[in-house]
Design a binder for this molecule. Structure first.
Ligand code: SF4
Length: 313
């Protein structure tokens, strides 16, 4: 069966049920093509909150589906491949957060949405890569502190600290995304020399030295919007985030030119979801193997920091 035929079958199956498909920009392009909504973590969290559909098929990694479950305790949230997990999120356990809290009892805890439900439940507020600096500033102002605890991404913590002027104590010291943190100064110099007229866009999860060599630092949605708004005199971009975004933009903006800064910008965990698994899940919506259900007592505690983030965004 061709990819096109599988996609058509998915759309037919979807019509038979009350289902919405949400997909992250890092998903394989054939999944992005059949999604009802595409976005980054913040955009998808908002959409997950607003949907009335009984089934949410979330093409992303585990923490994204968990966030949808926290926001929709009465709905069925399914992930095409339950092994699609984020190693950075798994690294910061709830126990580690509790240990940091006992060391710094007066500091607010900011947790990136790329974290487990249990970890979110230990925080005061969540943030995404697009709003991290604003969230850090507002939560420190409301708590009257000049520092916050921030995890699990140490590079995003560094970026939020630079932008907000508020000290972000990293939980843990070296948490990172293996995709973005692989980019090096040499990669940046090489791409600049190769495409001197292009704009270089990188994600805040990149290391500081890489961010400093970029023309723009932002989340996937911020990169997408920048490209969308750019005029024809400004139409060549080097992309420093997972390649799924480049594939999306190549389709959406055929008159613009895109180059991936390096081939290694590939998240193997995001790519564990396949179009074949999507079809299978749509045909087995009541199979508990694919359902992501955050236990109510954890969901209740994790909901507050997510809602607070949405309020502050
Ligand atoms: S791109 Fe990085 S942060 Fe996102 S899911 Fe993959 S490993 Fe996790």
């Amino acid at each position: 069966m061709s990819v096109k035929q599988i996609q058509e079958e998915i759309l037919k199956l979807k019509k038979r049920s009350d289902t919405i498909i949400l997909a992250h920009y890092y998903q394989p392009i054939e999944i992005q093509e059949i999604a009802d909504h595409l976005g980054d973590s913040l955009g998808l969290s908002r959409l997950a909150k607003e949907t009335n559909s009984e089934y949410i098929v979330f093409a992303g990694v585990d923490f994204m589906a968990e966030t949808a479950s926290i926001l929709n305790q009465d709905k069925h949230v399914l992930i095409p491949n339950p092994e699609s997990c984020c190693p950075m999120a798994a690294y910061l356990t709830a126990q580690k957060v509790r240990d940091f809290k006992s060391q710094y009892p007066n500091l607010p805890v900011v947790v990136y949405v790329n974290s487990t439900a249990e970890t979110k439940a230990e925080s005061n507020i969540c943030c995404t890569s697009s709003n991290a600096a604003r969230i850090v500033k507002r939560i420190s102002e409301s708590g009257n502190t000049d520092a916050v605890l921030f995890g699990p991404d140490a590079n995003l913590a560094d970026y939020a600290e630079q932008k907000s002027g508020i000290k972000c104590i990293k939980m843990p010291e070296k948490g990172n995304c293996y995709v973005h943190s692989q980019l090096t100064i040499e990669d940046m110099k090489k791409i600049k020399a190769q495409y001197p007229n292009s704009q270089i866009l990188v994600h805040p999860e990149c290391i500081r030295e890489v961010r400093e060599l970029a023309d723009f630092v932002g989340s996937t949605a911020q990169m997408y919007n920048l490209v969308k708004k750019s005029n024809n005199n400004n139409s060549e971009f080097c992309i420093g985030t997972e390649r799924g975004l480049l594939e999306r933009m190549t389709q959406d903006f055929p008159n613009k030119e895109f180059h991936l800064i390096h081939e290694k910008l590939l998240c193997y965990n995001m790519k564990k979801n396949t179009i074949e698994l999507m079809r299978y899940v749509l045909d087995h919506l009541d199979d508990p193997m694919f359902e992501v259900k955050v236990p109510p007592e954890i969901a209740k505690r994790a909901l507050r920091p997510i809602e607070k983030m949405l309020e502050y965004s």
